[in-house]
Design a protein around this ligand. Structure first.
Ligand code: MG
Length: 265
């Protein structure tokens, strides 16, 4: 369109720099909730599943070394919260059944407040792992996800995940997904150990870890504050709009996609 208009006025398009061309994308970084996966899967399936199976899970694995260490970390967090004057439920160490009940009550207290406890995240991951293995859970992904991952693989793009869910939770979701095992199509998994999703430094770190210049990486998310951070770090970004997402404000200025099919690669 521009070229033909320029030709019409006798100007060679080759000599006109309208906008610098975007750098060719070599890597795609995906958010999960609201991007690859309906938000409701996390809020209405995963979180309630962890809550429902919390007590039976702790009882089932009582005595295993990892669980003793996990409960010990919960106890430390509990003591620290208590010192800070928080109204945590009471703790008991003896007998073992009381210790597990105390741990469970504290975990429920954390869940009720949506606290970002690492011990809580680890425990949730372990409960989900059992659920996926028993096929009581399957990671919900939108139908365009698998075809897009395959297409990007054919185009030799690197593809990965950046989510506030732990790397373990990410791998479980994609390994046991409604579209089969998608983990062979994913090169990277990053969680908030690399930094907050709203901090530009996190995206600089990711670009450095995957050895790509930031402007060669395209980040897709439904949250504009995350796009702000990725763009500050130099990444290309698109705002993902999916069924079930919170409405976005109209003044964000980001290019919107409603399907991963819109990313030609
Ligand atoms: Mg999201």
């Amino acid at each position: 369109m521009l070229r033909s208009r320029l030709r019409a006025v006798g100007i060679s398009a080759a000599r006109v720099t309208e906008h610098p061309a975007p750098a060719a994308v070599r890597g795609i970084l995906l958010d999960i909730e609201g991007t690859t996966t309906p938000i409701a899967f996390v809020t209405q399936v995963l979180f309630p599943y962890a809550r429902k199976h919390l007590r039976s899970h702790l009882e089932e694995h009582a005595g295993e070394t990892e669980y003793e260490s996990l409960v010990a970390r919960l106890r430390e967090e509990h003591a620290s919260a208590s010192r800070d004057g928080e109204t945590v439920p009471p703790w008991a160490d003896q007998p073992l059944t009381a210790r597990l009940a105390a741990a469970a009550a504290y975990v429920e207290w954390l869940m009720d407040r949506d606290r970002k406890s690492t011990a809580l995240k680890e425990l949730q991951g372990r409960i989900w792992e059992d659920g996926y293995r028993r096929r009581e859970l399957a990671g919900d992904v939108f139908p365009d996800v698998r075809p897009a991952l395959r297409r990007w693989r054919e185009q030799q793009l690197q593809v990965g995940i950046f989510s506030s869910g732990s790397v373990l939770a990410q791998q479980l979701l994609f390994r046991h997904s409604s579209a089969g095992d998608l983990t062979p199509l994913l090169h990277w998994h990053f969680d908030t150990r690399v930094g907050a999703k709203t901090d530009p430094e996190s995206y600089r770190r990711i670009a450095s870890l995957v050895e790509l210049p930031p402007d060669r990486v395209l980040f897709l998310s439904d949250v504009t504050r995350e796009l702000d951070a990725a763009r500050s770090a130099g990444m290309q970004v698109r705002l993902v709009v999916r069924p079930g997402n919170a409405p976005v404000q109209s003044d964000h200025g980001y290019q919107i996609i409603r399907s991963l099919d819109e990313i030609a690669g």
